[in-house]
Every structure is written in structure tokens, then in C-alpha cells.
Design a protein around this ligand. Structure first.
Ligand SMILES: C[S@@+](CC[C@H](N)C(=O)[O-])C[C@H]1O[C@@H](n2cnc3c(N)ncnc32)[C@H](O)[C@@H]1O
Length: 256
């Protein structure tokens, strides 16, 4: 995410033209090459899921919320779920994900190689495209509607979403809450956040962010989560993505 120009008036989630989010620009800037920060996040999330499930198999359903065009959270859930929902508000991203599900692009192989350092992932082979196509289902939808419905998932991820879709603390907290409420009690989850983001640009469009730190993440997750561990990554890949000070990945389990 390149730096944006969000300083000024509050921008709520509904104020943003999410249909202008350009998946190709976003991929070209962030995910064509595997960066050290993503490698570290993927390793933390892989180990969290692998140590939770161990040899016990998996669960029927997983969800990645605000997937954008990023499929690595879905790859991280792949050994553990029969069905994975990729919930996303922008129709352009949903369309992009649909094409990736049929046969995802070669640049994602680097991300799968990091996951394959764990035997459970290695067991799916060097090319899990067929399983990915069967398992992963993009869906147009809104994070904030997850609180209203009855649908629940047994594994969840949300990467760079709750703090990167609004400038409002109330919406950030509600976004984290809706993600957590969509999970079954005891479900493992992983959520990643941009620390102190000032907003970001994708192509010609700018998008808002709410300025968070580790304590803000813990406070937002606290009412819903058990055994939360946060890891702070201080830009191990340098300043490729400007306008923030680091990344925070939180892993834990849904309480209840
Ligand atoms: C910064 S991007 C993160 C994309 C991806 N998760 C990643 O790891 O790179 C934020 C994403 O949230 C989506 N989004 C914005 N508001 C949303 C909402 N209310 N419900 C679901 N997705 C939303 C945007 O369209 C965008 O794809």
C-alpha cells in the first residue's frame, strides 16, 4: 500500500468508492514478489494454525474477510478447511478472485513455498491449485453485515482490513467485533494490521486508515478473543509500503 493523503475529515466505510479499488495495481505493488514482512506473517499464521489443528484434521468452513485480491490467507487455511469463503466488498476484487480460483497466478507459488515448510501444507503438494479451486469461494459482501446474520465459520483471517477501511475508531472496533462474532467459539483466527497507517493509495485512488498500535489491537480483540498473541514487524522489507510504521499480526482463539 503506498502512502495516501487521508489527513482531514473523517471518512467512513460507506463514504469510500470501493468499486474503484484496482486489484491489479494492488497486486503489482504488494504481492508480485514475496516481501520479508509477508514471509514473517505467513510463518506466524501457519504455525498458529498448524499447532492448533495438529494431526486432528480440520474444520468444515473458514473465512477470509476483506480478502481484496490477496489469496495468501486462503492458502494458509487450505489444509484445514473443506470450504473457504473470501468475503469482499469491492466487485472488482471479487471478479479478480474468481479468476484466481480457477487457477491462481504463478507469483503465489513463492507464498505457498513458505507454507510448505510445515508438513501439513507440504502434504498438499507443490501445486494445490485443484484443491484451491474446489475449496475457495469468493463472495461479495460487507464485513459489518457479519454481525447481523447467523452464519458462523470455524477458522478465520482478516488481513489489513478493519484499520484500512475507515478513519473512525468506532468503525475499526465494530469491524474487529463483526469479524470475531462471525467465528464459532474456540475457532482459531489470525488478523493483521498496519501500524500507524495514514491511509494508502491504490493506483489513482486513495483509501482511509485508522491509526492503530498494539494496544489498540488488543483492546479491540479483547472482548471476543482468548489467548491472543501479537507480533510486531518493524518493516523488515524496508520502506516499500510507505505511510505506516510496521505491521502487527494477532493470533488467538474466539472466546466463548
Ligand atoms: C487494504 S485492503 C486489504 C486486502 C487484503 N486483505 C490484503 O491482505 O492485502 C482492504 C480491503 O477491504 C475491502 N473492504 C472495504 N470495506 C469492506 C467491508 N465493509 N466489508 C468487506 N470488505 C471491505 C476493500 O475492498 C479491500 O479489498
Amino acid at each position: 500500500m503506498t502512502s495516501g493523503s487521508p489527513i482531514g475529515a473523517e471518512k467512513l466505510n460507506d463514504d469510500v468508492a470501493w468499486e474503484d479499488f484496482d486489484p491489479r495495481e494492488y497486486i503489482n505493488h504488494n504481492y508480485l514478489v514475496l516481501h520479508p514482512d509477508d514471509e514473517e506473517i505467513i510463518s506466524v499464521v501457519r504455525d498458529h494454525f498448524s499447532s492448533h489443528f495438529g494431526a486432528s484434521g480440520g474444520v468444515p468452513t473458514g473465512i477470509d474477510v476483506g480478502a481484496g485480491p490477496n489469496i495468501y490467507p486462503a492458502l494458509a487455511m487450505l489444509p484445514w478447511c473443506d470450504k473457504i469463503t473470501l468475503l469482499e466488498r469491492s466487485p472488482a476484487n471479487v471478479q479478480y478472485l474468481g479468476a484466481q480460483c480457477e487457477s491462481y497466478a504463478d507469483h503465489w507459488d513463492q507464498f505457498w513455498d513458505v507454507l510448505r515448510r510445515d508438513p501439513a501444507y507440504r502434504g498438499l503438494g507443490a501445486d494445490p491449485r485443484a484443491r484451491f479451486a474446489q475449496t475457495v469461494h469468493p463472495r461479495l459482501g460487507n464485513l459489518f453485515d457479519l454481525c447481523r446474520g447467523d452464519e458462523r465459520w470455524s477458522l478465520g483471517t482478516m488481513f489489513f482490513v478493519a484499520e484500512s477501511i475507515t478513519t473512525s475508531r468506532e468503525e475499526f472496533r465494530r469491524g474487529v467485533g463483526c469479524f470475531m462474532k462471525a467465528l464459532e467459539p474456540g475457532a482459531p483466527f489470525a488478523a493483521a494490521f498496519m501500524e500507524h497507517s495514514r491511509g494508502y493509495r491504490v493506483g489513482d485512488s486513495s483509501f482511509p486508515a485508522f491509526d492503530i498500535d498494539d494496544q489498540e489491537v488488543r483492546d479491540a480483540l479483547g472482548p471476543y478473543a482468548e489467548k491472543v498473541e501479537t507480533h510486531r514487524l518493524g518493516q523488515p522489507g524496508g520502506l516499500l509500503r510507505e505511510g505506516y510504521t510496521g505491521m502487527i499480526v494477532a493470533c488467538g482463539h474466539r472466546g466463548g
